[in-house]
Design a protein. Structure first.
Length: 332
């Protein structure tokens, strides 16, 4: 979510778009299978250099953070509402989309933005700006726990997006977009953090409004969109999950959310462009995917992992879009 997201002003979800959540498919013991085949060789990810996604449903307030739940075959995403109260905090809910056309409220007061399903498929990680933490929700019962409460006793600004690796290490961005009128306890800095086994460490506090964040499929590269600098940066990641050297991966106007495919290609939403820009692992531009104005995020899903879901739209008229691509997406 780029720049000042405080204007997410708009009406509540229409009754046709959201229904009362039903029962969740029971969780099995085995972890979900990855759509990525080790050692596989993939061809070009896009069917053409400029691809247009198709609208699934519109009329939402402001959509963010899509992530695919492989066990239930559903897409989870955050819908954010207008800032409320003296602190100017934006309420949000986690919606669940069951293809081809069912939308329902999964977690009514999630306070969430970016989402990611844990590698074992049992919980939903959420960047939760409502209480300035990273949270975890049970996918069977909706129970909420805190994953990262603060850093060195100081509250985060407003955790925005996150990504997790197969070892359970989670990385998240902390811009100030949803801090509202709450006190700045980060000393004017916005940062990138990692949390592992309950321990929170600072990755980088020199990026201006870090936003989307995603790991490469092999977990050796961490990508972060610096919205305030119109750039995507990358960090090398050591085997223990510690990020190292930072370099510029690509220049991009208002980079928002992102995802990767099994070949390591990077898909980055540009809010101002209204496009998802696709890059090879070396930073070569491969093409774009259009989904209307103000594109916020993207995630792979579907039975074979080859459907890219995109959140995009204008104030009070956000939509979920989809497009079939050639390479399946990385599940984490």
């Amino acid at each position: 979510m780029p720049r000042s997201r405080t204007p997410r002003r708009r009406r509540a979800l229409t009754a046709v778009a959201v229904a009362v959540a039903g029962a969740v498919t029971p969780v099995a013991d085995a972890a979900p299978a990855s759509p990525c085949t080790p050692g596989a060789t993939y061809g070009p990810p896009l069917p053409s250099q400029a691809v247009t996604a198709q609208l699934v449903r519109g009329g939402f307030n402001f959509l963010e953070g899509p992530t695919w739940d492989q066990r239930t075959g559903t897409l989870l995403l955050s819908d954010m509402q207008n800032p409320t109260g003296p602190q100017g905090v934006q309420p949000s809910a986690v919606l669940r989309y069951t293809p081809p056309a069912t939308f329902e409220t999964f977690i009514a007061q999630s306070g969430s933005n970016g989402l990611a399903v844990t590698p074992d498929g049992t919980r939903l990680l959420a960047a939760t700006h409502d209480n300035r933490t990273v949270s975890s929700y049970g996918l069977t019962d909706g129970s909420r726990t805190t994953v990262a409460a603060d850093h060195l006793g100081r509250a985060f600004n407003s955790p925005n997006d996150l990504t997790t690796g197969p070892d359970g290490t989670t990385y998240f961005t902390d811009p100030s977009f949803q801090r509202g009128n709450r006190a700045d306890e980060q000393g004017g800095r916005t940062g990138v953090f990692r949390v592992r086994d309950g321990v929170v460490n600072l990755v980088d506090d020199t990026l201006v409004q870090p936003n989307g964040i995603v790991l490469s499929p092999d977990g050796t590269t961490l990508y972060v969109g610096a919205t305030g600098s119109n750039a995507i940066v990358k960090y090398t990641v050591s085997p223990d999950g510690t990020p190292g050297n930072r370099t510029t991966f690509a220049d991009l106007r208002t980079p928002d959310g992102a995802t990767v495919d099994c070949a390591g290609n990077v898909y980055w939403a540009s809010y101002d462009d209204g496009l998802v820009h696709v890059f090879s692992p070396t930073g070569t531009r491969l093409g774009t995917i259009s989904a209307g104005r103000n594109t916020t995020n993207a995630a792979f899903g579907g039975p074979d992992g080859r459907t890219l879901y995109i959140t995009s739209g204008t104030s009070g008229r956000f939509g979920l879009y989809q497009v079939r691509l050639n390479v399946p997406g990385n599940p984490f």
